[in-house]
Design a protein around this ligand. Structure first.
Ligand SMILES: [Zn+2]
Length: 410
């Protein structure tokens, strides 16, 4: 009924590693891609299909489930895993990202009430500000019906305990690369104070709900693109202990420049303890996955594979293409040559093309199964390559083929 992490292998000379995360709902071999099911469902895909495509865990969102159906209902159902009939490990993110990004319009920037700084005051044109950060938490407007709500570190912990996922995240503040250095400094300090409050509340709730399976709490490291802030934030959270409670793992959060992703993850890995897992929030592009694994990230989540699948974008070893263009109309090949997924072993590009053109809901289901299988399999292969001492060779081979094809428009 407890949570633990064991490191089983290392990438020579670098922070990358293989391991196993043990949760009350099962084990996760790392590195692993965690499938996103925002509202306690991966849109259009049955849990059985997720299991068949090799998904090891599902991540849902605390903000969405708090608004609908309500965390108390998920609690009464026996927790997220029971509620959605996914009998494997689950994660929930704290809701902070959604509260702040939905509130600011097109994921631009969220400004603190008192900031008054030009760069921190940018909001998508025509969007009224729907979220306000203060020292105690965030007040925001529901995207569903306009009701006002308030999230604090304590509220986020209460919601996530009711949701009952195996891995939950501390409530942190979202910043973007457009925020000023000064604002990033304040945000890192505020996130640290919120982290301490999350640990205290987590401790309290864990003993209050002692009959429930243990939920692991991950602290979220912020600091944007600044090395000193990232290292300071990581050290601070690694050392933080409240009433004997420490973080069970860490989320690597906040704004990351794609070209520096590996470098920034590397700074955090150097400061974080070796014996606790690191989750990188929100990546799934192949080059990002290799960079993150090399730099010491263990798990990843991203909504992208399923989101683009619903728009007919298909990932293959030879790059990405759209199956709804005329080229696929008479193509009686699978979506990807050699793919072992349910979709590719039963259907053709022509059939998917037809389903998308006819706006049939099965189009989303079949395309999502393929894209999730593609991403899960890629990270599985990275893990096997790392364990076999073949990480660099596999990266060169995979990325060479994937991006060469993308460039030539295949
Ligand atoms: Zn496939």
């Amino acid at each position: 009924m407890s949570f633990s992490f064991e490191v089983t292998g290392h990438l020579e000379g670098r922070a990358g590693r293989t391991g196993v995360i043990h949760t009350p709902h099962g084990a996760i071999e790392t590195p692993a891609f965690i499938v996103v099911g925002t509202k306690a469902t991966v849109k259009g895909v049955l849990p059985e299909a997720l299991r068949e495509l090799g998904a090891q865990a599902v991540l849902a969102n605390a903000y969405h489930l708090y608004l609908q159906p309500g965390a108390d209902i998920v609690d009464e159902a026996g927790g997220l895993s029971e509620f959605m009939a996914w009998h494997g490990p689950t994660f929930t993110d704290s809701g902070g990202f959604q509260v702040m990004s939905l509130g600011s319009g097109f994921k631009k920037v969220l400004a603190m009430d008192t900031a008054g700084l030009a760069d921190d005051d940018v909001i998508a044109e025509g969007k009224s500000r729907m979220a306000h950060v203060d020292e105690d938490g965030v007040t925001f407007t529901s995207h569903l019906n306009g009701d006002r709500h308030r999230f604090t570190p304590e509220v986020s912990m209460q919601i996530q305990h009711q949701l009952g996922a195996d891995v939950i995240f501390a409530f942190d503040e979202l910043t973007t690369l457009m925020n000023t250095r000064r604002y990033q400094e304040e945000s890192v300090e505020r996130t640290h104070r919120w982290a301490a409050r999350c640990l205290a509340e987590h401790r309290r709730l864990t003993s209050e709900r002692s009959g429930k399976p243990y939920q692991a709490l991950f602290g979220v490291v912020q600091g944007a693109q600044y090395e000193d802030l990232r290292r300071q934030a990581a050290r601070g959270l690694a050392d933080l202990e409240v009433d004997g409670q420490r973080f069970d793992g860490f989320g690597l959060g906040g704004a990351l420049e794609k070209q520096n992703l590996g470098t920034i993850v590397g700074w955090m890995s150097e400061e974080l303890p070796e014996d606790r897992p690191r989750h990188l929030l929100g990546i799934s592009e192949p080059d990002d996955l290799f960079a993150a694994v090399e730099a010491g990230a263990d798990t990843f989540d991203c909504v992208n594979p399923s989101r683009v699948a619903r728009n007919a974008a298909i990932y293959t070893a030879d790059g990405r293409y759209n199956v709804n263009t005329a080229r696929s109309r008479r193509s009686f090949e699978p979506l990807e040559d050699g793919c072992d997924c349910y979709t590719c072993t039963h259907y053709t590009r022509a059939y998917l093309h037809h389903l998308f053109k006819a706006k049939e809901i099965l189009a989303s289901t079949l395309a999502t199964i393929h894209n999730e299988r593609f991403t899960v399999r890629l990270v599985d292969n990275i893990r096997h390559a790392l364990a076999a001492g073949q990480f660099d060779a596999y990266r060169e081979e995979f990325l060479g083929r994937f991006y060469a094809a993308s460039r030539s428009g295949t």
